[in-house]
Design a protein around this ligand. Structure first.
Ligand SMILES: Nc1ncnc2c1ncn2[C@@H]1O[C@H](COP(=O)(O)OP(=O)(O)OP(=O)(O)O)[C@@H](O)[C@H]1O
Ligand SMILES: [Mg+2]
Length: 173
């Protein structure tokens, strides 16, 4: 399952994601902006040590550097992991994606890997990601390019322009 949450800054993305992540098991919460509370690790080695000890993840990952930041996605062969990825656009541009993340997006289903990804705008993430999403959430948007994008996905443009604060709507694909 790939589930994505889009919304302007402060729209309530993280608040929603904290509810949605309860639907998943064995989560690694990639939290570069320190928005989550709980058990925290800062390196992939510490993540692995935790996994060996507990037999599961359910832990927050706050990478200290860019290398470790992408390296976390190389854990996918362990299987049955949900990556909750705040600021998922850190790991991609419109033209490029961190390679292990790209692999997970394409083939993660075979390892039972889920992604719950959070970003501000669809324009900031790669089309591979949005094309493979099973569910997309969005809150109020006004920028024409954003509204048009969601309209093309089948959302109602006026509904998106007029959503109340902190309200998200979703579509399944
Ligand atoms: N459903 C809600 N009802 C009331 N307040 C909410 C709701 N969702 C979020 N908020 C409040 O709005 C503020 C921003 O929420 P949150 O941090 O979830 O947004 P965000 O989109 O993740 O922000 P950022 O873009 O900075 O990461 C917080 O103070 C939060 O308590
Ligand atoms: Mg947030």
């Amino acid at each position: 399952m790939i589930e994505l949450v889009f919304g302007k800054r402060g729209s309530g993305k993280t608040t929603l994601a904290k509810k949605l992540l309860l639907n998943y098991e064995n989560r690694i919460i990639v939290d570069p902006l320190k928005e989550y509370h709980g058990l925290i690790t800062h390196s992939v080695q510490d993540l692995l040590d935790h996994y060996k000890e507990k037999g599961r993840f359910d832990i927050i990952f706050r990478p200290l550097n860019d290398n470790d930041s992408e390296y976390v996605f190389s854990l996918y062969p362990l299987g049955n992991i949900t990556f909750v990825i705040e600021e998922i656009d850190f790991y991609m541009t419109a033209n490029n994606i961190a390679s292990d993340l790209s692999y997970i997006i394409k083939y993660g289903r075979h390892y039972n890997i889920n992604i719950l990804g959070i970003a501000r705008r669809t324009q900031e993430v790669n089309r591979l990601l949005t094309s493979q999403a099973n569910r997309i959430w969005v809150s109020r948007m006004q920028e024409v390019a954003d509204v048009t994008y969601f309209q093309k996905l089948g959302f109602d443009a006026d509904e998106i322009r007029n959503l109340n604060d902190h309200v998200f709507i979703h579509k399944d694909f």
